[in-house]
Structures are given as C-alpha cells and as structure tokens.
Design a protein around this ligand. Structure first.
Ligand SMILES: [Zn+2]
Length: 416
C-alpha cells in the first residue's frame, strides 16, 4: 500500500514537471555591446520533426545557395543602392560559409546598418583614442550544454540548431545579430571593377570575420569583475549569475564558451579548463551574495583572485596560448595575447596577428584596409577565406563539413 502511494506521487511529480522543464540561456540585444544581455530560462520545446524533413527535401545540393538568411534588415543613413549592396554582401558571405560548412538548418540574421557615430557617439570619439567600431556580430542566444569532460559550456544557437534535436531549448527569433557602421568607407563586392582604395574596408571580409564570431568563434575569458583601478584586471571565464527580485546575486560557477574547450597553454600544452575548475573553488553553485559589489569584493578577497590576476599576465604576453582542437587538426592556432591592457572581446577571441599573411588571415584582430577578401586569399596562397586552422576550430566546435560528417555534439542540460 505504501509503495503504491509513493509510486502515485512520483507519477504526478513527473507529469507536473515534465511540462515545465527549462534550459539555461543568455540573450544578447546589441551586437556592439555584449553587456546588453539577459539570462533567460528558456523552456524545452518539442520540434515538429516533419519540419526538418521538409527542409532537407527542399534544400537542393545547389552550390550557390546561402543557408544564412537575412531575416531582419534595418538600413539607415544610406541610399537604397547602398542598402542593396550591403544585403548582397551578406548573401555572398553566407554563400562562402555554406560552401565550407554543411548547415542543415538555416541561420537567421538580424542586421542593422547604421551610422554608429550618430547612434553611439562615444564609439566615434577619436579624441579619447577610441577606435571607431566598424561592425560587429554576436550570437543572439547562447545555451548551456554538457560536454564530455563533465563541464557545462555556453553554445551558440546557430550551432544548437544544426543538431536538429526533437526536444531543444526554445530558440530566439534570430540566431545572429549584427551591426555595421555606415560611416565607414566601405568597398562592396559589386564594386569589383573599381580598385579598392588604401583606406577602404572590404565589407565582405569584415562581414565574414564577424559572422564567424556569431557562429561561436569567441572566448568567455574576459575581465568580468570591473573593479576600477583598485586591483589589476582579473581575468576569468564568465561568472554565471542570477539576480533575484530583491537584488541578491546567486552565483552559479564560472562558465566557459564552447570555443574555450580547446584552449591550451603554449608553455605546457595543458588545457585552460583546469583553471576554470580551480576558479570554481571560489563558491559553490547557488551561493548567494547581497549584491554585485558584495560578489566582486568577495572574489577580490578570495585566493582565486590570484589565479585571475595571473591569467591577466598570461593573456597579455605574446604567444602564451593556442586553440588546439586535436581531434580536428594536427596543428594548433596561436591566439591573440599581445594586446596590453587586456581587451574584452579582442584578446583571446582572435588569431595572433602574425597569421595575417597566411591562409588563416580571417580571424586576426586587426583587419587590414586596402585589401579585398580575394586579394588576401590570393596573397596568402589559400584556397578559401576560411583557412585550415579556422575550419578545424569550427569543426571541433561541432559544425559539419565534408571531411567532418559526424561532428562532436554536447548533451542537453535542463533543470526543473
Ligand atoms: Zn573579431
């Protein structure tokens, strides 16, 4: 009799909670401001599997097809002719990506082409030595998945869509959001009969670079604890926090991005994940702090802040780390650690600048003006703008290619 009752309760419990299973997601709203974000509990939804069948049957093996679709396009401060040229550029970049990566589910873009010097004048304030932002792209939603080493990491929605899971965290409307500055002296692909000017930027080159970030080429190793000048920069992976209604902070460990899974120290080839594990001795998941200041102060006072301080030294020393996706490529790619002081979104999230003259030129930090994408491919002796190291990193992240037909896939995590 007791057994029966228990069984009944368990059954009710399952039914009740099966309806309300959530996954952990982060939404981004502004391509040029990664701080404009919100943690959301996205429900697990069941996909109509016939949708995937319809898609795969309708998708011919047309080599000229782009699986990257410009779904929303805002074009301000520009003529209709220019707006169309911008559109064409995204289509061409989509074709290049679709040629290398087998995208089973289309990737949806929201693009804003606008004069950033009007919208965000602080970005164009050259007197303060700030660089004009020419363009940026960002995954619109990141989702927490469980990797085979037992750690959970954030995956870009564009990649999760390719898994074609029957049950998956609910998708945001767009996969990638992008903003490009209309004040830049752009050279568009349709201007091919006019030579590029020394100060012009080839838009196709920049768009392709940014879309790779949107597809998941980027690190969570950043200066998250903004402490002013009181302490040296503290570089950690992303502190996962939830703000409660009474402004308390719940800390849920430091989290890497999918890209971070393959990072190694060049000095000993050890994985950087071992440092994330050490940083997580700071506080157990679910630890509450009174407010953000309390969290920052507690971290500064902790032993782990010394690790974060040391990471700042490493990340501002040339040739200190690489991305080494062993199972996808036999060579590693040295990452950008020459920028002093450390710069969020630039340091680590790019190839070392020395790759600019190699087939892996695309993901260096400084993009050169006065050269078109095809100039750079030709000069470097490559065959595609997506170089061998970049392709390997994206393959090991989980993107399918002709030579990587069964890519790695992490497991879904959900909580009640
Ligand atoms: Zn970049």
């Amino acid at each position: 009799m007791i057994f029966k009752n228990n069984f009944f309760i368990f059954f009710i419990f399952l039914i009740f909670f099966n309806e309300r299973v959530f996954s952990h997601c982060i939404d981004y709203f502004d391509a040029i401001d990664p701080e404009a974000k919100r943690i959301v509990t996205c429900p697990l939804v069941t996909e109509d599997s016939s949708k995937y069948l319809r898609r795969s049957s309708s998708s011919s093996s047309d080599e000229d097809e782009s699986k990257i679709q410009l779904v929303e396009f805002k074009c301000n401060n520009a003529t209709e002719e220019t707006c169309n040229k911008v559109k064409d550029t995204f289509f061409l970049a989509g074709k290049i990506i679709s040629k290398t990566f087998i995208l089973k589910t289309p990737i949806l873009l929201s693009v804003d082409y606008t004069n950033l010097c009007i919208v965000k004048p602080e970005l164009c304030d050259l007197q303060e030595g700030k660089v004009v932002v020419i363009g940026s792209a960002q995954s619109a939603r990141e989702m927490l998945f469980l990797d085979d080493d037992g750690l959970t990491r954030y995956y870009p929605q564009s990649l999760v869509k390719q898994y074609q899971l029957k049950k998956h965290p609910e998708f945001a409307t767009y996969d990638i959001i992008a903003t490009f500055n209309s004040i830049v002296n752009w050279r568009f692909p349709s201007d091919y009969n006019v030579p590029i000017q020394p100060k012009q930027f080839d838009m196709l080159y920049i768009v392709l670079h940014e879309l790779m970030h949107g597809l998941g080429f980027g690190s969570n190793w950043k200066n998250w604890f903004l402490t002013g000048n009181k302490t040296p920069p503290l570089i950690t992976t992303k502190p996962d926090i939830v703000v409660t209604s009474d402004k308390q902070i719940i800390f849920n460990e430091f989290k890497e991005s999918a890209f971070d899974r393959h990072l190694i120290f060049n000095s000993n080839y050890n994985n950087l994940t071992s440092i994330t594990v050490k940083l997580n001795d700071f506080a157990k998941p679910g630890t509450k702090f009174n407010n953000v200041t309390d969290l920052i102060q507690s971290f500064i006072n902790s032993r782990q802040s010394l690790i974060a301080e040391n990471m700042n030294n490493i990340f501002t020393t040339f040739n200190s780390l690489s991305s080494y996706p062993k199972s996808c490529h036999s060579e590693r790619a040295i990452l950008e650690t020459s920028i002093v002081p450390f710069q969020n979104g630039e340091s680590i999230s790019h190839f070392d600048q020395s790759y600019i003259n190699t087939p892996d030129f695309l993901m260096t930090t400084i993009q050169v003006p006065g050269k078109t994408l095809s100039d750079l491919v030709r000069q470097s002796g490559g065959t595609s703008p997506i170089g061998p190291r970049l392709q390997a990193i994206m393959e090991c992240l989980g993107y399918e290619t002709k030579r990587n037909l069964t890519p790695y896939r992490p497991k879904l995590v959900s909580s009640l």
